[in-house]
Design a protein around this ligand. Structure first.
Ligand SMILES: [Zn+2]
Length: 112
């Protein structure tokens, strides 16, 4: 028989060892964001500064609509943010954790 104290300890340990649903969802979404080559290229560009949709499209040789589509996806996950100047949208990174994950993955690819 377990004492009350032992029961609480067991519950505490189980919570530490497993993740709650919300955490699992956000972590899955994070890796989903990083699982697409186009999104990886856009995030890599935004690691280094703020850029207009036009600049991103030209630099990566992608269509504006494809870049806008991916930026909306990344914005929904709060990985990028934008500011408007006239009719131009300038995007920049909005999360250092995920940018660090990306850097780690790029470094991993370099020694792989
Ligand atoms: Zn590695």
């Amino acid at each position: 028989m377990m004492s009350e104290e032992q029961k609480y300890e067991k519950i505490f340990k189980e919570r530490e060892q497993d993740l709650d649903e919300e955490t699992l969802f956000v972590v899955s979404q994070t890796f989903k964001a990083l699982s697409d080559p186009t999104r990886i290229r856009i995030l890599n560009l935004l690691c280094k500064g703020e850029h207009s949709v036009n600049y991103i499209a030209e630099t990566l040789n992608l269509s504006q609509s494809s870049v806008s589509h991916q930026l909306r996806f990344l914005k929904n996950l709060r990985l990028v943010k934008f500011r408007r100047a006239g009719t131009t949208l300038y995007y920049s990174k909005d999360d250092d954790h995920v940018m660090n994950l990306l850097k780690q993955a790029i470094e991993h690819a370099a020694h792989h």
